[in-house]
Design a protein around this ligand. Structure first.
Ligand SMILES: [Mn+2]
Length: 313
């Protein structure tokens, strides 16, 4: 049986109130649709947090509709996550992907792991377990004891919730295609695809490029020149001592950078002069920079009205 396992799409999230970020999350879903069409799996596992919010705007629903209209809905097994769970009609019911495969044990958000495992009847040749939580080692709540049960009792464990991809034995978590916070910038999510005993990880290739930069310079022009070296459309976490007024001037000088997240520097060893050595760009960033396709240049964007986003919570 060939599967395709995705999770945590967070469709509808307009991060930083940017339409570009809304588009990024939507585009990542469309990439997974193309992958599913190409791979034509027998089973499509969606392990929760398909949507970022419980209530959706029409524009968000349109993307979801396009996704579910393209793929084979009768092959979907899906669960809700903490973001998209609701006591009312869930998106799983709404899109009519509420398929019951006897060999897929689906545990929706809010269920207790011990109870969930007790209720599982293992009378099938193949047994798949779906749960929207992570292993302890990766920041989740699944205990070592439960992990052992999952490893010994199931053929494939389809997890979600933790936005970094990992695989331990038969337990798989594909992560989030896009990054929902700077904490996940270095962990590109993707999809697990293949036969149950031969699973491959396919990373999402179009992730918004992100860079972490540290500088001890307080010279506005110097910081602008430093940032100018980065690609159009990227997001930057800038650790520097910058005032609010400087921030505005810097972002005006750099219209092609999508977003700059300012981080307060560690001031314990501050220097007044700047040398090349003071500019510490992580090695990994150079690596990423050469390997990722260039994104569309965005010189302007229409931010989503923040009040709309608050309404959806
Ligand atoms: Mn999530």
């Amino acid at each position: 049986m060939k599967i395709c396992h995705i999770s945590d799409i967070h469709l509808g999230y307009g991060q930083y109130y940017l339409k570009s970020r809304f588009d990024d999350f939507a585009n990542s879903l469309m990439w997974s649709r193309d992958l599913i069409l190409e791979e034509d799996p027998d089973l499509i596992l969606i392990s929760g947090d398909f949507f970022h919010y419980q209530k959706q705007r029409y524009v968000t629903l349109r993307y979801a509709r396009e996704f579910f209209d393209s793929i084979k809905k009768d092959k979907v097994a899906a669960i809700t996550g903490n973001h998209c769970h609701t006591s009312g009609t869930t998106w799983i019911e709404y899109f009519n992907v509420d398929n019951d495969f006897p060999f897929v044990h689906k545990i929706n958000w809010g269920a207790n792991m011990t109870d969930a495992l007790k209720s599982v009847t293992m009378d099938n040749e193949l047994n798949i377990f779906m749960f929207h939580d992570g292993l302890r080692n990766f920041g989740g709540n699944i205990s070592k004891k439960h992990q052992e049960i999952l490893t010994s009792e199931f053929d494939y464990v389809s997890l979600g919730h933790i936005h970094l991809p990992y695989n331990v034995d038969n337990i798989y978590n594909p992560g989030c295609f896009e990054s929902t916070s700077t904490a996940y910038w270095d962990y590109a999510g993707g999809a697990f695809v293949g036969e149950i005993n031969d699973i491959n990880f396919i990373p999402y290739p179009h992730r918004r490029k992100t860079y972490r930069i540290k500088t001890k310079s307080t010279d506005q022009q110097e910081i602008i020149d430093l940032l100018k070296a980065f690609d159009d459309g990227c997001m930057i976490e800038l650790e520097a001592n910058i005032t609010n007024s400087m921030k505005k001037r810097i972002s005006n000088a750099l219209p092609n950078i999508l977003y700059i997240i300012l981080k307060k520097p560690d001031t314990s060893d501050r220097k007044t002069t700047t040398t090349k050595d003071d500019i510490d760009i992580y090695e990994e960033i150079y690596y990423n920079k050469s390997g990722v396709a260039k994104l569309v240049v965005e010189t302007s964007f229409n931010p989503i009205d923040p009040s709309n986003i608050v309404d959806m919570l």
